[in-house]
Write a protein that binds this ligand. Structure first.
Ligand code: ARG
Ligand code: GLU
Length: 760
């Protein structure tokens, strides 16, 4: 489909109504598609104030954080706000037993104390352009998938070659609407991003996994970083001489908070959604894929949980891993329930029926799109054993049996030797040092052996994934092993992988000897056999079928847009910059229950369990609460707000996204969704899809009153958009920023430098 037709569809569709809150929109198209609706919902900004190429706009404060989260600039000195769980790896990397920043928090008293994070980057979007015409030049409907891809690749290379970029700018091109449209993103990336502050886990991760994906929520999930730049404010590698970055725009922070019904906008980098899947795919997800991966993780988590409860050391070692595995385990459970509860399957198939009727009624459409739905059915049916096997393989061999990580390293080491001889071997060995160290620091062979026994058994009995199951059974037979416990015992008794010193000793020998030993290792041998079968029988075919499905999906997307010109279609998330908007709003998770959209510190106290690793509360916070010492940050009713809910359509990657009020001020920090609504990645439903944000006032309160890091609050611009009149006392200057005339910069109450106390 050509660009022009798409644009016409866009414009036509702006007039129709859309389920409130749905959609992850491209910031440069807000003017054409969303501005009216956003203003009707209460936004006081224009689309240009949200996104502009020529003048400072909200988008200039929005930063892709390390490529996996969102963050935003909140001071004129490059201060960045993101989630605690986004900065977790960095906070952990600076943590030692003596300086336990995870447990106690970390607050830099000045620039010198801010901590560097090699590999972490902060990426700005300079501009976004439609490059569909250039990307699809020479592409025809008659081309095969392969031909089409190679033409598109060629076009992309030409485009990149010819594009004139400013200093430090880079060009990134991404497909939208499953390859029907393309946009280019001109980016500038800063590589010196330092850790500035983090609350203790008992605040930043309060409620941990029990509360994850849940409402009511009481987590202060935030951390602070800072971008540093070279002498001319340009990107620069880390250097002591670098200076705090001066942004084109930063977000003022509202002290007025939110009320039910208030407009909110979420700006960020959502990772992936699949809103236009056909019914057969949704059914496969509900009935086959999700149950399999839930079952596997469930088994692994049960073992981890039991061991973590036995002793403190294990708990510390496994807390982060457990959280990572549990996060999507819980999400998939919620997703499945939500898909069923909202009749997602029926919705998709009804749409398909309508689609087919329209297509069949029009010969031109029929020629173009008539075969798609039957093809989907056929292809997904063929895909089933392959997608199931792939999930088993990835979840079991690639993820939940930890020792397989070391096997992967050793295999790469051996590949490096095959390819580049001793030099390749030595080079890769050097690169392994850090990751190995990290792995063994938190590794318990005793736990892994249990996981291994349990999951290899699941692999060997995988229903519907015959070939990979057979590979496991054959391995047992060939080695005369009776059962999976025995397999685990033998492997774990003999493999070097379980013991760091043995692995290090092995790879310190000559490459020939090392590799001979590696290839003789019982776990390595087993993993190699299993992996060979997967690669040979599953991987290639899986890729091939998926390629064909992707092609169908592209054509289906084009078909939907052509057949339903009055529907407004938003492009699935693909880790590019998007705007979503909604309102502060509660919901009814079940019959007879209504959730209020706001929580307070009272709820933290109510959940408090002294000494518990999920629900402990730091002493200082208890004291501040007991004396109601909330500084400037309480609500009008004298409560300390903590989290709130909105009907904004978000997904993974939106973590750390700012929640912005009608005037362009930061009122909250996105960090999660509610469990009942996690199916929004496949079937957004306004009745139960809600995102969860930390209230900005709680963040300020923790920084200022809890941590005594008021110097950071002084850097920020605090505003009162609602009650501007009442802060007339300091009628200094009216700000030049385009965001709400009533704003004024406020100083935190305590003007004197507050002595640094650090978190508890
Ligand atoms: N559910 C949130 C997001 O997906 C937060 C995850 C981090 N927290 C945790 N307890 N695992 O991905
Ligand atoms: N916690 C998620 C993240 O890491 C955001 C929550 C969601 O998936 O919506 O991006």
């Amino acid at each position: 489909m050509t660009n022009k037709i798409l644009l016409v569809i866009f414009l036509l569709s702006t007039t129709c109504t859309l389920r409130a809150g749905e959609g992850m929109w491209l910031p440069q198209l807000l003017k054409a598609l969303n501005e009216g609706e956003m203003q009707t919902m209460g936004m006081k900004l224009t689309a240009e104030q949200v996104y502009s190429v020529n003048q400072g706009s909200l988008k200039d404060a929005i930063v892709h954080f390390g490529g996996f989260c969102t963050s935003e600039v909140i001071s004129d000195q490059g201060l960045l706000l993101t989630n605690h769980h986004c900065g977790y790896g960095q906070i952990q990397s600076h943590t030692t037993l003596e300086k336990n920043y995870l447990k106690n928090g970390f607050w830099a008293k000045n620039f010198q104390e801010e901590l560097t994070n090699p590999g972490l980057f902060a990426r700005f979007i300079v501009r976004i352009d439609d490059v569909t015409a250039a990307m699809l030049a020479g592409v025809t409907d008659k081309m095969s998938t392969k031909e089409r891809q190679s033409q598109v690749d060629k076009n992309m290379a030409t485009l990149k070659e010819n594009k004139k970029l400013g200093p430090f700018e880079e060009l990134m091109i991404r497909p939208f609407y499953h390859g029907n449209q393309y946009f280019s993103f001109t980016t500038v990336t800063y590589n010196d991003v330092r850790l500035v502050g983090a609350p203790p886990e008992s605040i930043g991760k309060f409620g941990a996994d029990t509360d994850n994906w849940e409402w009511p929520r009481h987590t202060g999930d935030f951390s602070l970083f800072r971008i540093y730049a070279g002498p001319n404010n340009e990107p620069a590698e880390y250097s002591e001489k670098n200076k705090p970055y001066a942004p084109k725009h930063f977000l003022p922070i509202s002290l007025d908070g939110v009320q039910e019904g208030d407009f909110t906008l979420i700006f960020g980098f959502p990772g992936r959604t699949n809103q236009y899947l056909p019914g057969v795919a949704v059914q496969q997800l509900i009935e086959t894929v999700n149950p399999a991966r839930i079952e596997i993780r469930d088994a692994a988590l049960k073992i981890l949980d039991a061991e973590m409860r036995k002793d403190e050391k294990t708990k510390i070692q496994y807390a982060s891993k457990f959280a990572r595995v549990a996060n999507y385990w819980k999400k998939w459970i919620g997703e499945n329930q939500g898909l069923i509860a909202t009749n997602a399957l029926a919705k998709k198939t009804n749409l398909e029926k309508e689609f087919q009727i329209e297509v069949d009624a029009n010969p031109a459409l029929k020629a173009k799109y008539g075969d798609i739905l039957p093809q989907f059915k056929e292809k997904y049916k063929i895909l089933e054993p392959y997608v199931l096997s792939t999930n088993y393989y990835n979840e079991i061999m690639g993820r939940n049996i930890e020792a397989m990580r070391i096997i992967t390293y050793l295999r790469r080491l051996s590949d490096a030797y095959d390819k580049n001889g001793k030099e390749g071997f030595d080079k890769y060995k050097e690169r392994l040092a850090g990751p190995m160290e990290n792995f063994y620091k938190n590794y318990s062979p005793k736990i892994d052996q249990q996981v291994f026994a349990r999951l290899t058994k699941m692999y060997g009995n995988a229903d519907g994934a015959k070939e990979i199951a057979a590979s496991m059974q054959n391995y047992l037979m060939a080695n005369r092993i009776r059962n999976y416990d025995q397999l685990a015992e033998e492997v774990f008794a003999k493999s070097m992988v379980l013991d760091k010193s043995k692995v290090l000793e092995t790879i310190s020998q000559s490459p020939e000897e090392a590799i001979k030993k590696i290839k003789n290792d019982p776990l390595f041998k087993m993993a190699t056999k299993i992996s060979e079968v997967y690669q040979e029988k599953i991987a290639g075919r899986y890729r091939e079928i998926n390629g064909a499905i992707a092609d169908l999906q592209r054509r289906y997307m084009a078909g939907l847009m052509e057949v339903f010109p009055n529907e407004r279609f938003w492009p699935d998330a693909n880790s590019t910059m998007r705007v979503t908007y909604g309102k502060v709003q509660g919901y009814q998770p079940r019959d007879g229950i209504t959730y209020n959209p706001l929580t307070t510190l009272d709820g933290v106290i109510a959940k408090y369990q002294p000494g518990d690793y999920e629900f402990d509360v730091p002493k200082k916070l208890l004291e501040l609460n007991a004396s109601r010492d909330y500084g400037n940050y309480a609500t009008a009713e004298g409560k300390m707000p903590v989290c709130f809910l909105g009907s904004n359509h978000t997904t993974g990657g939106n973590s750390g996204s700012p929640a912005i009020d009608a005037h362009g001020n930061l009122v909250g920090l996105n960090f999660d969704r509610v469990w009942e609504g996690t199916m929004s990645d496949i079937n957004y439903d306004p009745s139960i899809c809600r995102n969860i944000m930390v209230d900005a006032r709680y963040i300020l309160f923790i920084i200022d009153k809890y941590a005594g890091a008021g110097h950071l609050v002084k850097e920020m611009k605090l505003v009162h958009p609602r009650t501007a009149q009442s802060v007339k006392k300091k009628p200094k200057k009216i700000l030049q920023e385009p965001f709400g005339k009533q704003e004024q910069k406020l100083k935190p109450k305590e003007k004197k430098a507050i002595p640094y106390r650090g978190g508890e």
